[in-house]
Design a protein. Structure first.
Length: 260
């Protein structure tokens, strides 16, 4: 599958999804988000893990401001409600869908592009990546779930600083505030992301689903309710694959050492 706006490939059991508006710095508009959502949904059926990256020199410079300006014209037609929330529904498919996602970041990862990156479970940045939330300087507010996801990752104070001042973070600064987990040499983010996705795909689907869907919801609960949800998930019936993996691990641990 390959569209004008989003590319899709399968490498074994890994789905590789690419933003494909390099001439527009991979700016996000309704058509891109729709294509991205379709690709993410397909990945949930085809693959055990996914990678999202950007074609060209940038991951994504965020919201397509030309489209926004057109919508804000006094004589512009009213936007249908379902279109207003396409950012939330698309990014929720990534954050709380059926498989884990890794984002490979480089160049501009700004505004809506950063909100997209934050929807993934693991973020890899190469040393060319810059991060920012310049909405405050443009007279707008975050609208792709960043007020929830990014704030939970880096905290209110850091997010407020980025939004109020327009400050940009380097890849290393982003790692310091836990915005990314890995920083690699220029040009190396995609291969690192694929390597991580391949490792993640070796886990059982049930475990990956619990980590990406149950664990973040537990963060919203009280202490007692969180422990209760943990108990419920621990008590779930395990698939046969889990039992087999435990048996293999124990046999390796108890196997007598060979003579050197």
């Amino acid at each position: 599958m390959s569209s004008e706006l989003v590319t899709y490939e399968l490498e074994g059991n890994i789905a590789i999804i690419g933003l494909n508006r390099a001439n527009k710095r991979n700016a996000l508009n309704d058509d891109v988000l729709r294509a991205l959502g379709e690709a993410v949904a397909r990945a949930g059926d085809d693959a055990d893990a996914g990678v999202i990256f950007g074609h060209g020199p940038n991951f994504s410079a965020g919201l397509d401001l030309a489209q926004l300006a057109e919508r804000l014209r006094p004589d512009a037609p009213t936007v249908r409600k379902r279109k207003r929330y396409i950012w939330h529904t698309t990014f929720d498919l990534i954050a709380r869908g059926t498989i884990p996602f890794v984002t490979a970041l480089h160049g501009a990862t700004i505004g809506g592009g950063l909100e997209l990156a934050a929807a993934a479970h693991i973020r890899v940045a190469d040393e060319t990546t810059i991060f920012g939330l310049p909405e405050g300087q443009r007279g707008i507010f975050v609208g792709g779930g960043g007020s929830v996801r990014i704030q939970r990752i880096i905290g209110y104070s850091t997010m407020a600083d980025l939004m109020l001042t327009g400050r940009m973070l380097t890849a290393e600064e982003a790692r310091e505030v836990r915005l990314v987990q890995y920083v690699v040499d220029a040009g190396g983010a995609l291969e690192k992301a694929k390597s991580l996705a391949s490792k993640i795909a070796q886990n059982t689907p049930q475990t990956n689903w619990q980590i990406t869907n149950v664990l973040p919801r537990m963060n919203d609960l009280s202490h007692d309710d969180g422990l209760f949800m943990e108990y419920l998930n621990t008590a779930m019936v395990r698939p046969p694959e889990t039992v087999e993996r435990l048996r293999e691990f124990l046999e390796k641990r108890t196997k007598p050492a060979g003579r050197g």
